[in-house]
Design a protein around this ligand. Structure first.
Ligand code: FES
Length: 212
C-alpha cells in the first residue's frame, strides 16, 4: 500500500473499463506482438488511474482494477501488483482532485522548494504526504527530480508543470485552483521557456547561409 496512505479507505467491490478506456487499451495492446501483451501493463495501469480520475474525481488504481488488467493481459495478478507498487506515479489509495507533486531534489531545493512545500501546507491544511485535504481538493506527494531542473523549483499539478515557483506564486496557484480556475502551466516568472531571466542571450538573430 502507498506510503502514508489514508488510514481507512474503501476498495471498490468491482471495476470495469468504460468505452473510452477500452479504446485506449486496444491501441496500447496492438503495439506488441501476439503473446507479449503483458508489456502493456504500465499503460493499462495509467488508463485505469485516469478512468478513476474521470469518473470519481480521484485518480487512483484500486485492487479490482489491477485484477481486471491481469485478466485483460492474461498475466497473474501478482505481476500487476508488483509493477503498480514499484512506480511512484500509480496512486494505490484515493487522492484529492489536484495531485500536488513537489520536487525536493537538490536543484529544486537550492532554488527554494522548502518554501513551496510550506506554502502548499499553509493553503491546503495538509500536514503529511499522501493525505487528502478536508475539502477533497488536494493531495501532496514528495517526488524526486521530474526532469525540469532548468526551471526549478517545480510544482507538478496532475499532468501540468508549474515552474520557477516561490511561496507567493504557489499560494496564488492553489487559490486559483480552489476557485475552479486552471492557470496556464509553464514558467511562472514569465521567462521564455528555459531562457535566462531577462530574455535569451544567444540566437537572438537568425541568419541562414545560402546553399551554393
Ligand atoms: S531537481 Fe526538481 S526538476 Fe530536477
Amino acid at each position: 500500500m502507498a506510503e502514508n496512505a489514508p488510514a481507512a479507505f474503501v476498495q471498490p467491490a468491482s471495476f470495469a473499463f468504460d468505452a473510452a478506456s477500452e479504446a485506449e487499451i486496444a491501441m496500447h495492446v496492438a503495439k506488441y506482438p501476439p503473446g507479449k501483451q503483458a508489456s502493456a501493463v504500465l499503460a493499462l495501469l495509467d488508463v485505469a488511474q485516469r478512468q478513476m480520475g474521470r469518473t470519481t474525481g480521484s485518480a487512483w488504481v484500486p485492487i479490482k482494477a489491477m485484477d481486471e488488467i491481469a485478466r485483460v493481459l492474461a498475466m497473474p495478478p501478482i505481476r500487476v501488483y508488483e509493477v503498480a507498487t514499484f512506480y511512484l506515479m500509480y496512486n494505490l489509495a484515493p487522492i484529492g482532485k489536484f495531485h500536488l507533486q513537489l520536487c525536493t531534489t537538490t536543484p529544486c531545493w537550492l532554488r527554494g522548494s522548502d518554501e513551496v512545500v510550506a506554502a502548499c501546507r499553509d493553503v491546503t491544511g495538509l500536514k503529511g504526504w499522501k493525505e487528502i485535504s478536508e475539502d477533497g481538493l488536494f493531495t501532496m506527494t514528495e517526488v524526486e527530480c521530474v526532469g525540469a531542473c532548468v526551471n526549478a523549483p517545480i510544482l507538478q499539478v496532475n499532468d501540468d508543470f508549474y515552474e520557477d515557483m516561490d511561496a507567493e506564486k504557489t499560494r496564488a496557484l492553489l487559490e486559483a485552483l480552489k476557485r475552479g480556475e486552471i492557470p496556464t502551466p509553464g514558467s511562472m516568472s514569465g521567462r521564455q521557456t528555459s531562457a535566462p531571466e531577462g530574455g535569451p542571450t544567444t540566437l537572438t538573430t537568425l541568419t541562414f547561409a545560402k546553399a551554393e
